[in-house]
Structures are given as C-alpha cells and as structure tokens.
Design a protein around this ligand. Structure first.
Ligand SMILES: Cc1cc2nc3c(=O)[nH]c(=O)nc-3n(C[C@H](O)[C@H](O)[C@H](O)COP(=O)(O)OP(=O)(O)OC[C@H]3O[C@@H](n4cnc5c(N)ncnc54)[C@H](O)[C@@H]3O)c2cc1C
Length: 480
C-alpha cells in the first residue's frame, strides 16, 4: 500500500473504535471538538512525508520492492540511522510546536524491541514469535500505520507486583487460552495517541516472577477491537483561542485509560505468552529505544525555552542585565547538554541480534535524567525573566475590544520600538508553554513519561562502569 495521505489516515480512524470522552461514547474521533485537535496534530506525520522540505528525511525506499515507506519503521543498523531517526523526531516535534507527534515514534520503538526479544526467544527454542513479529512489523510498515504502545499497567499498590493486590487485574493478564488465541483482561493507563492510531502494541511493564506467568504477555491489536475501551483524558479539554494559547489551541496529544474487557487476541498477534524470564528483557529493551525518542523530541522545547526567554528579555529591556545573561546561559547549556548526549548516544550504540543498533543506554538515560531533573528549574528561569503577566494578562477579547484594546496597547508595551502586540504574543507563548494546563502537562510529561526520574537513575547506576572507576582509584591510591 505504501505511504498514506493525511486524508487516508483520518478516514481510517472512522472504524467504530470504542472511545469515551467525559463518560460519553465518541461517534467520530476526527470531528470531536477536543480529540479532533489530537487527530489534526497527528496528521503532521503524514504531511511531512508529502512535504518536499522533509521527504528525504521522512521517507525511505525499500531496496527490493522500490516502495516508499516511513523512516520511522526503518530498523536502525548504525549511528547514521539513529541520528536520522532522532532528527526526524525533532523535526516533527518542531512542526508540532514542541509537542511530539508520537503516532509512529513509540510504536516503532516497541517493534525494534520485539525484534530483539523474539530473536532471543527463538534461540531459546521458541521460533514462532520471531515469525509473528516480522509479519506484524511488515504489515504496519506497508500500511503506514500509526501504532500506540500500552505498557504502563495501573499497578494498584506500587510496593507489590501482580500478586497480593486487592484484585488480580491491576496488571493485565491472560484469563483464557483457546485453540485460536488468548483472552486478556486488565487496564493500561496513560496510553498516548491510541484514540487516533490504527494499532496498539501491549507490553509488560516490569520483570515478572515465575508465579506471574499469566502476566508475562505481549501482543498487538487494532484500535477497533471488541472489548477494547478507550477512556480519553479530559485534561486541558476546552476550546482555546490561538492568540491566548498559541501552542495548545492547535496541538494536543490524547491519553487514555485503556480497558481490556476480556479481549480476544489471535495467535498471530501474540508475541509473548507466559515467558516470565523474558518480560523484564522486553520491558527494558523497549525503554532503551523509547528514552532515545524522548530526548530527541525534547530538543525543540529546550530551544524554545532559550529563544522565548531571550526574546521576552529584549522586549522587557533587560537583555543586558547580569542575572538575565546568566539565566540565558543556563538555558543554552541545558539545551546543548541534551543535544550533545543524544549525538554521543547514537555514535556509541551497541548492535544487538538480529543486527539492530541500540542507542548507548548510559548516555541516553543520563540525557533523559538531565532533561527531566532540570525541567522545573528551567521553567522557573523562563518565568522569572518574563514576569507576572504570564498569569495576569488580558485576553484576546480585551485586546480586540474597542473599549479595552487601547488601554492594553498603551499600558502593556515594553521597550521603546517594540509593538505591544509582539510583547503580548510572546507572553502568551511563554504562558502557554509554562503556566497553562499545557505547561502543567509538559511538566508532568517531563517527570514521568518514558519512565520516572528514579527509573533513569537506576539505569545510570547499572550501566556506569564503577569497576573501572574504582580500579583507577585503587591504582592512584597505591592499593593492589
Ligand atoms: C503524558 C504522559 C504520557 C505517557 N504515555 C505513555 C504511553 O504512551 N504508554 C505507556 O505505556 N505509558 C505512558 N506513560 C506512562 C509513564 O511511563 C508512567 O507515568 C511512568 O512510568 C510512571 O508510572 P506512574 O504514572 O504509574 O507513576 P508511579 O509508578 O506511581 O510513580 C510515582 C512515584 O512512585 C515511585 N514508585 C513507583 N513504584 C515504586 C516502588 N515499587 N518502590 C518505590 N517507589 C516507587 C516512582 O519512582 C515515583 O516517584 C505516560 C505518562 C505521561 C505522564
């Protein structure tokens, strides 16, 4: 089938999927006043494939069939592949005004991980998964599908695994095995973009013990599957004017509580069923790719922090003040640090069977941790430079009204020569980015998405070569 147009993508979403918004069944996600914004945002992916500015980056050609396909599906084999993937993710996020598009990024992260884990399971005497993963991957690639990933379980009591919980469904599990497939029950949470993707890949969220056999399960389903119920988040769900909210009026990502109400999965879509020893391996391998995706899509946001802070400092007439330059320097270093770590992680990749390049795990986790642990400080610096108007400013109606507009124009100007409108628009951009519901969304996204802060610290601790460092210390101390 090859590449799809944005219109074909949108048409494919009118498939009877069971999406609820504020308790009501949504008839058509593409025309829904809030979910429709997320659909239009996701169209960026398909628009970029058609756009001459991006086509070389976004599209690859199959050497055998000569058919074009989206670069997201390209299995990375070397540093160049990883760097181009990272560049594409950054470029599409830039088109999304700092909000990641994600409809192919996350699904392909999971597909890469499934290739590696299925290869390993084949070596351990389970060849069927490898064939299924390859067939499924080929279908998604050839049909240019958007693919969500539901990994995070609802988890109940966080100090426990699947066993010993108040009920057995806090982690998704297999409740029946039939001759033609399995039946699964449970719920995943925070599932991004599934309201508007074709497919969802379901992965275990953690390592499993021998007694957790029913919970060691991975599979894929079309979004429109009987019993699959998507409860869309209403966070930030109101109509916005682009003057007041220059980013979030037009860009949105939708998360769901994803309920599997005894859902049937045919065997050809089952990629793990009871292999408890492989569950943690799959969960972590996905994360190796997904954190690299994460830091790649953060770059436009970090550039905008530095850029908007610099612009508003000029409009406010304070760009040469010592403390402002210091804060701008911090913001520049923040952006450059994450950018540099991404490049290094791509170059220092490892190749895992069947020949897939995996970004350097230590550097990727350090990048993600640097990003996430400094995010709120960066927000503080941008807000400090901008001033309190971020939350006290007039609305677009005040600006346009004959009665109030002239006062706004006269009194909310800044440095001589800077039109009031420019200052207001920049304030609104920073307000949307840091002080609106979208700003709050970005903050929580920074802390938790792709794994919370402690998860990145744990990986950093595991990956850093303390033995070599300690040996060096012993050598200098003269200790044998
Ligand atoms: C905007 C957004 C989009 C997301 N998109 C997706 C998606 O598309 N697909 C997907 O699968 N997931 C997605 N996630 C989920 C994300 O990966 C999780 O939010 C993250 O892993 C944290 O899980 P949690 O939210 O359940 O928080 P919790 O796990 O409850 O974490 C809260 C705190 O508890 C701590 N904690 C948890 N367990 C323990 C323990 N046993 N011992 C000690 N401390 C513990 C954590 O370190 C953290 O400090 C998304 C999240 C967000 C915010």
């Amino acid at each position: 089938m090859g590449l799809r147009t944005p219109e074909q993508y949108k048409a494919s979403l009118r498939d009877g999927r069971e999406v609820y918004y504020r308790g009501e069944l949504v008839q058509d996600v593409t025309t829904h006043p809030i979910i429709g914004i997320a659909v239009d945002h996701a169209c960026i992916d398909y628009q970029m494939s058609e756009d001459p500015r991006y086509r070389d980056l976004a599209v690859m050609v199959d050497p055998q069939t000569k058919e074009p396909y989206s670069r997201y599906f390209h299995l990375p084999q070397n540093a160049e592949d990883l760097l181009k993937r990272s560049k594409l993710i950054s470029a599409s996020t830039r088109e999304g005004a700092t909000l990641v598009v994600l409809i192919k990024e996350i699904g392909t992260d999971a597909l890469f991980a499934l290739h590696i884990v299925a290869e390993e399971m084949a070596k351990r005497g389970k060849p069927e998964y490898k064939e299924r993963v390859q067939k499924y991957y080929q279908m998604c690639r050839d049909r240019d599908y958007g693919v969500a990933v539901a990994q995070s379980d609802v988890k109940g009591d966080r100090s426990l695994g699947p066993q010993g919980q108040d009920h057995p469904d806090y982690y998704l599990r297999v409740v029946e095995e039939r001759s033609d497939g399995i039946v699964v029950r449970g719920a995943k949470v925070h599932t991004s973009v599934l309201t508007n993707t074709d497919e969802v890949i379901v992965l275990p969220t953690r390592a499993m013990k021998a007694e957790d056999k029913a919970y060691a399960v991975a599979f894929a389903l079309p979004a429109a599957t009987k019993g699959l119920k998507l409860l869309a988040s209403a966070y930030g769900g109101f109509k916005k004017d682009p003057f007041d909210f220059p980013i979030s009026a037009k860009h949105k990502m939708m998360e769901t509580l994803t309920v599997f109400d005894d859902v049937f999965v045919p065997w050809d879509r089952v990629f793990m069923n009871g292999e408890t020893e492989a569950a943690g391996f799959l969960a972590l391998t996905f994360v190796k790719f997904h954190r690299f995706t994460a830091v790649s899509y953060k770059l436009p946001l970090l550039e905008l922090f530095a850029g908007s802070a610099r612009a508003i400092a000029e409009y406010n007439g304070i760009e040469n003040a010592g403390h402002i330059r210091e804060k701008l320097t911090e913001l520049a270093a923040y952006h450059a640090t994450v950018q540099g770590l991404i490049i290094a992680a791509a170059h220092q990749h490892a190749v895992m069977a069947p020949g897939i390049a995996v970004p350097n795990v230590l550097l990727t986790n350090v990048a993600k941790y640097q990003f996430a642990s400094n995010y709120h400080d960066a927000v503080q610096m941008v807000q400090d430079i901008a001033g309190g108007l971020l939350v006290t400013g007039p609305s677009v109606e005040d600006w346009r009204s004959e009665a109030t507009g002239p006062y706004v124009k006269k009194y909310l100007g800044g440095k001589k020569g800077v039109p009031t409108e420019h200052r207001l628009r920049m304030m609104n951009l920073i307000s949307d980015l840091t002080a609106s519901d979208f700003g709050g969304y970005q903050e929580v996204l920074a802390v938790h998405a792709e794994g919370s802060l402690e998860a990145e610290k744990l990986q950093t601790y595991r990956e850093y070569d303390f033995n070599a460092a300690a040996a060096y210390a012993r050598e200098l101390a003269g200790v044998k």
